[in-house]
Design a binder for this molecule. Structure first.
Ligand code: FAD
Length: 457
């Protein structure tokens, strides 16, 4: 049994996972401070009228094992489901219409050049750029940079501007909500960087690898990703949770960590042996400034906002077959992306129902953040009707604003994180976790949170 007093600041999936792991490790003196009245952060599942509506993440990439392992340990193995990959088509908005991405693409890279033939998505020049990339393999390998570069630079070097604008940009913005001209290639697509170093050409590296993936591309839980949080919270000792308790400062003094929190307007200051900081990057930055200004500086990063609007329909209507769509900038759609939930995860709706999710990002997400739920839902319906044709009125809508929720890993991110980690190690008892550091997806966050808990006891 560890008698160390441990504070966790932030009760998103990172903080809750760390708390659960600490409980598994026998820690007894743990306090989790959460600023809001709800645990889970951007993980939130709303269950209504037989619909399972994900207000944040709706699953995770299956090839990273850590979220699945956690689900297994939580006794949720029977609830795990895969995406309906037989119907996996992603559309790109082009000229106001949905155009299917060719089969077998790994992000913007085809695993079979033949599948591109006849695709209305790409011009002849782009098709030539794809074919030419394979022919330039030695040149690309020789010229592979040691330094980090932006996703835009990398994709442009391999495939040119059209591929960047039509698929590279939208795919990356769909996941990171960010700007490909700033995003770090080494941080967000390390495997492509490796492939370039090994083979030069990504097309050659991936040719024939289209169907090697065993299992499904995405994994989730029948009852929603929120089940992970609910199960973990149910396993925490009573008294560990401090809700509506925003931490306003952490200080290292007299061999301990002093955590100041504001609860019900009352300021409180308590001593701990370790602090697990599981807050968004901009909050971590503010809290770390007095601890070590350089750490705060290294956490200077932009974070994009998202507004999610899910529309639940109690009757079916025709939809293109597939998982959803991405809208490149300049295509006139206010939506950044949309998910056809009942086709991606059929178990998420009652029989005969449909569920569509729309995402707004960038500047529009900032503006819409101030509008009412009803206005946002109406805007979503109108955007979807423009793209998909006539749609009935939804039975209900779920709208969530996630301000500054997705940190942008800008060029040089990995180096900055190396320096940050080295500095954090000097601050005995301080642990950094959450989506600002080593991955924004749930599996990476779960892995880091569990590791932080192991180091803290
Ligand atoms: C719309 C959307 C869709 C996504 N879809 C996917 C997906 O499908 N798959 C996937 O893998 N990932 C997805 N992601 C990414 C993933 O959901 C997030 O990166 C992850 O949930 C972040 O978890 P976190 O615990 O690091 O941070 P958060 O969820 O941001 O939690 C931080 C917590 O800290 C609290 N807090 C803030 N300040 C303080 C303070 N001063 N004191 C105390 N508490 C504080 C906040 O209230 C919050 O509860 C998505 C993200 C968004 C926004």
């Amino acid at each position: 049994m560890s008698e160390r007093r441990i504070a966790i600041v932030g009760g998103g999936i990172a903080g809750v996972t760390a708390a659960w792991q600490l409980a598994q490790l026998g820690a007894t003196q743990v306090t989790l401070f959460e600023a809001s009245e709800r645990l889970g952060g951007t993980v939130e599942t709303v269950r209504r009228h037989g619909f399972v509506v994900e207000a944040g993440p709706d699953g995770w990439v299956s090839e990273k094992p850590w979220a699945r392992e956690l689900a297994d340990e939580l006794g949720l193995s029977d609830h795990l489901i895969g995406s309906n990959d037989a119907g996996r088509v992603t559309y790109i908005v082009q000229g106001g219409k949905l155009v299917a991405m060719p089969d077998g693409m790994r992000m913007m890279v085809p695993t079979d050049l033949e599948t591109l033939r006849g695709s209305p998505l790409f011009s002849d020049a782009a098709l030539q750029a794809y074919a030419g990339e394979a022919a330039r393999a030695s040149e690309l390998k020789y010229a592979a940079p040691d330094q980090d570069e932006s996703v835009a630079e990398f994709v442009r070097r391999h495939f040119g501007d059209e591929v960047l604008a039509k698929v590279g940009g939208p795919l990356l913005s769909g996941v990171f909500g960010g700007d490909v001209a700033k995003l770090s290639m080494q941080a967000v697509m390390p495997r492509f960087v490796e492939m370039e170093r090994e083979r030069g050409s990504l097309v050659l590296a991936l040719t024939g690898k289209g169907s090697l993936n065993k299992g499904t591309v995405f994994t989730t839980l029948t009852t929603g990703v929120g089940t992970l949080v609910e199960r973990m919270v149910a396993g925490l000792p009573a008294g560990w949770l401090r809700m509506s308790a925003a931490v306003s400062s952490i200080r290292r003094e007299r061999g301990g960590w002093w955590v100041r929190s504001l609860e019900d307007g009352e300021a409180d200051r308590e001593r701990f042996d370790a602090v697990l900081l599981a807050v968004p990057a901009h909050v971590a930055r503010t809290l770390l400034l007095p601890v070590q200004p350089r750490m705060a500086e290294l956490l200077t990063m932009e974070a994009s906002s998202a507004v999610l609007s899910a529309l639940a329909f109690d009757r079916e209507f025709p939809l293109p077959r597939g998982f959803g769509f991405l809208a490149p900038q300049g295509e006139g759609s206010g939506l950044l992306a949309g998910t056809f939930v009942d086709q991606k995860f059929p178990a998420r709706v009652p029989a005969g129902g449909r569920l569509l999710r729309g995402f707004f990002g960038g500047a529009l997400a900032e503006t819409l953040g101030d509008r009412s739920d009803a206005e946002i839902a109406a805007r979503t319906l109108s955007e979807l009707r423009t793209l998909l044709g006539p749609l009935p009125e939804p039975k209900f809508a779920v709208v969530r604003r996630w301000p500054r929720s997705l940190p942008q890993y800008a060029v040089g991110h990995l180096e900055r994180m190396d320096e940050l980690n080295a500095l954090a190690r000097q601050e005995k008892g301080l642990h950094l976790l959450g989506n600002a550091y080593h991955g924004v997806g749930l599996p990476d966050i779960v892995r880091d949170a569990r590791e932080a808990a192991r180091l803290a006891v």
